[in-house]
Design a protein around this ligand. Structure first.
Ligand code: ATP
Length: 350
């Protein structure tokens, strides 16, 4: 791999929330180097911390939450230290933008879509009046809205779900951000529309030189778009590597379980594999490997000591004691061998 610049570097991040008089630790010492121009997918069960982790890059944590320790370095500044709204003005939207699952949460139902795209352009690019309108129309065309001159004056309710998501993408891209975070961008859409939106995001990534982060439950989406995959569990990244490394050579028992629950691996008429047990209680301290209580093959040490990262390759690392040279050889489930046949094409075509 050629040496690439790190655009954002997160180190040992801890994020907490105050809830009903108690403290919940949602992110537990997570670290991540994001490379310029890459497409990173963050996967993991509900509650593993994907949204909280990425929202912290934009100062979008809910009011009862805070960064307890760690750093988020971007453009030479530590975003973890930003604590006033005005600190974020030059970052949010302008440098780092985010699109969410439900487009209506980002759109104003009372304003024409053209006006909304134009406003974001005026705010973040040095364009005004007619020039801003022309740029808005150009971006609407770029995101695949037919006849943008006419549709400019229409309101969100006059658009389908897929078209609304295109408008949201236009608003985000219109700010010319460096990093675009897509939080379940296609989950609320029909399957055929999902594929179109993913294609659009891939095209825009190239055209606008974006670094993209996809948060998703859908490993099919991951195979389609991601250069690298980070697997989150219990508020930490427990495995990270290139897509091929995660799909074809996963090492953490949680990643095995997650991949085993892929619909692609289910046989016709058979119930899908689901991961037994419940995620860790984030109000408590976690001792050892957070997945140990759900791992039928957990080692003794998994319950005692948190595993460090073990390197499988220069691009692939895993927090699991199974990688310790002294550990017994535990093989991944046989069903995972099928992945090469089931999603190989998606990985190759990327
Ligand atoms: N405002 C809040 N107050 C208290 N707890 C919160 C708050 N926001 C998030 N959390 C908790 O932080 C943990 C991580 O949440 P997060 O939304 O990041 O998970 P996620 O992996 O994105 O899940 P999903 O896929 O369901 O969106 C969860 O236990 C969640 O309940």
């Amino acid at each position: 791999m050629t040496k690439r610049n790190i655009i954002l570097s997160v180190d040992n991040l801890v994020i907490k929330f105050q809830l009903r008089g108690k403290v919940l630790t949602a992110i537990r010492g997570a670290s991540l180097d994001l490379y310029e121009g890459e497409s990173l997918a963050i996967v993991g069960e509900s509650g593993s911390g994907k949204s909280v982790f990425t929202k912290s890059f934009m100062g979008l944590l809910d009011k009862n939450g805070w960064i307890d320790s760690g750093s988020i370095i971007y453009g030479g500044n530590d975003l973890a230290k930003y604590n006033r709204e005005r600190d974020w003005l030059n970052i949010r939207g302008k440098e780092i933008a985010m699109i969410f699952q439900e487009p209506m949460t980002s759109l104003n139902p009372l304003k024409s879509i053209g006006k909304q795209v134009k406003e974001s352009i005026q705010l973040h690019q040095n364009l005004k009046g007619k020039a801003a309108k022309e740029e808005a129309i150009k971006i609407l065309r770029d995101v695949g809205i037919d006849n943008p001159e006419k549709r400019y004056n229409q309101y969100p309710h006059e658009f389908s779900g897929g078209m609304r998501q295109r408008v949201v993408i236009a608003i985000a891209v219109g700010c010319k951000p460096n990093i675009l975070i897509c939080d379940e961008p296609t989950t609320a859409l029909d399957v055929t529309i999902q594929a179109q939106i993913l294609d659009l995001l891939k095209t825009l990534k190239k055209k606008y030189s974006l670094t993209t982060i996809y948060i998703t439950h859908d490993l099919g989406v991951v195979a389609n778009v991601a250069d690298r995959v980070a697997v989150m569990y219990g508020g930490d990244i427990i495995e990270i590597g290139k897509s091929e490394e995660i799909f074809y050579n996963p090492k953490h028992p949680y990643t095995w379980a997650l991949l085993s629950s892929l619909p692609q691996l289910g046989k016709k008429g058979e119930a899908l594999y689901s991961i037994k047990g419940t995620p860790p209680n984030l109000f408590h301290d976690i001792k050892g490997d957070p997945f140990a209580p759900r791992n039928p093959k957990a080692l003794k040490i998994d319950f005692i000591k948190k595993p460090p990262y073990f390197h499988v390759s220069p691009t692939h690392k895993v927090k699991s004691w199974l990688l310790d040279p002294r550990a017994p050889k535990v093989k991944p489930p046989k069903s995972l061998k099928l992945l090469r046949y089931k999603i190989g094409d998606d990985l190759d075509e990327k």
